[in-house]
Design a protein around this ligand. Structure first.
Ligand code: MN
Length: 385
């Protein structure tokens, strides 16, 4: 019953934590494929430890280093973005963990589904961009999409043994990020470094900025809409600064179920890898003595307009969530490069939602095109700053 796993994005935050989990369960999980975009040194070290059948280095410039370092091992080495999309189709893979960042995750997810692989999905952008298409394909191909995002893992765990039509609504919890309670004049001048300093979670740069701007929660609302087949009105957000309750389901009889635990991504990763069973772990346990108070607040939608932008995109549908995501990726990149300020990110996204042509029922090719046009347009707006 060994589960053979492909990890896309193995050198990133989720990828390295997933390997921490896999390392603890020899004979239960084996690594079949590892892929990385550019961190070839770490990819080589991971390959030497886990001896996968295949590694892929996305950036072809680094191919010679990886190939040379692994040439005396029975490990095939490929390079290029297309190889990352293709490698998920290998017969020997049971489960694909997609921990790529942003739009680049979409094609590999779709290919994995079409090849009949279960997907442990950490790449929420896949569902934000093309959730309807992805879930249709998952149903057609009879594969499971297992959420790795902690909030969605929480909902998924609360729903175990329940009927989906018993759900009245869900609450996604949000820590509020490093700028919770701040006003707009404070946000006007915040630095990249202070935005990267998340109070509870250690994550990659892109998602950490998304958390500070509440865009992460906006993307997660859209992700939840498709994962659990809910209407936008059934999805609510509550600020919970301690990040102990990971999300809540409210049922039609008024009963609520919450899933709790320390904020440690290895737990939702382990659940996605071991599903449908639970396996014992030595991950740190929560002590109630350390958390005498769990508190809840309403998000401030005026100071953090991204949440409403995401609901707007979700309600209108079509290619708007794809526009939202593409504009956000470019805006976050520009903020990380100190090209624009924190508040400019929302303005750029709003402008793109207004200007990029709306498509009611987009095909896959429409998503590809919308993504390209939006990125170009957002780049032009940023050029004027
Ligand atoms: Mn999350």
């Amino acid at each position: 019953m060994e589960k053979r796993i492909a990890i896309l994005g193995s050198t990133g935050s989720i990828g390295t934590q997933a390997l921490d989990v896999v390392r603890k369960y020899p004979g239960v999980f084996t690594i079949e494929v590892l892929t990385a975009q550019s961190n070839y040194n770490l990819l080589i070290r991971q390959a030497l430890e886990f001896l996968p059948n295949v590694v892929v280095i996305g950036n072809p410039d680094y191919y010679p280093f990886v190939s040379e370092a692994l040439n005396s091992y029975p490990i095939k080495v490929f390079s290029g973005e297309d190889s990352i999309s293709q490698v998920v189709e290998m017969d020997t893979i049971d489960l694909v963990l997609n921990s790529l960042v942003g739009y680049s995750g979409l094609k590999p997810t779709l290919n994995a589904i079409r090849a009949g692989k279960d997907v442990a999905l950490a790449n929420k952008e896949t569902l934000v961009i093309a959730g309807e298409l992805v879930m249709q394909e998952a149903i057609q191909n009879r594969v499971n999409i297992l959420p790795v995002d902690s909030e969605h893992s929480a909902i998924f765990q609360c729903l175990a043994g329940e009927r989906y039509d018993s759900v009245e609504k869900i609450y996604l919890t949000a820590s509020g990020g490093p700028f919770r309670g701040k006003n707009r004049s404070f946000l006007e001048s915040v630095t990249r470094e202070s935005a990267l300093n998340h109070p509870n979670w250690k994550m990659g740069d892109k998602i950490t900025i998304d958390s500070a701007s509440l865009m992460n929660k906006g993307l997660e609302v859209i992700e939840a809409r498709w994962l659990f087949n809910l209407s936008p009105q059934q999805i609510d957000v509550v600020i919970h600064p301690q990040s102990i309750i990971h999300s809540v389901v409210q049922f039609v009889d008024g009963s609520m179920k919450a899933q709790m635990g320390l904020p440690d991504m290895r737990l939702p990763v382990l659940y996605a890898l071991s599903w449908p069973i639970r396996i014992p772990s030595e991950l740190p346990r929560l002590s109630f003595a350390n958390y005498p108070q769990l508190t809840f607040e309403t998000p401030d939608r005026e100071i953090f307009p991204n949440l409403d932008l995401a609901y707007f995109a979700l309600n209108k549908g079509g290619n708007l969530p794809c526009i939202l995501n593409a504009a956000n990726e470019i805006a976050v990149g520009a903020f990380l490069n100190n090209r624009i300020g924190f508040l400019a990110m929302s303005l750029i996204i709003e402008k793109c939602l207004e200007i990029i042509p709306f498509i009611d029922y987009p095909s896959y090719d429409d998503y590809v095109q919308t993504n390209e046009i939006t990125r170009r347009h957002a780049g032009e707006i940023i050029g004027k700053y």
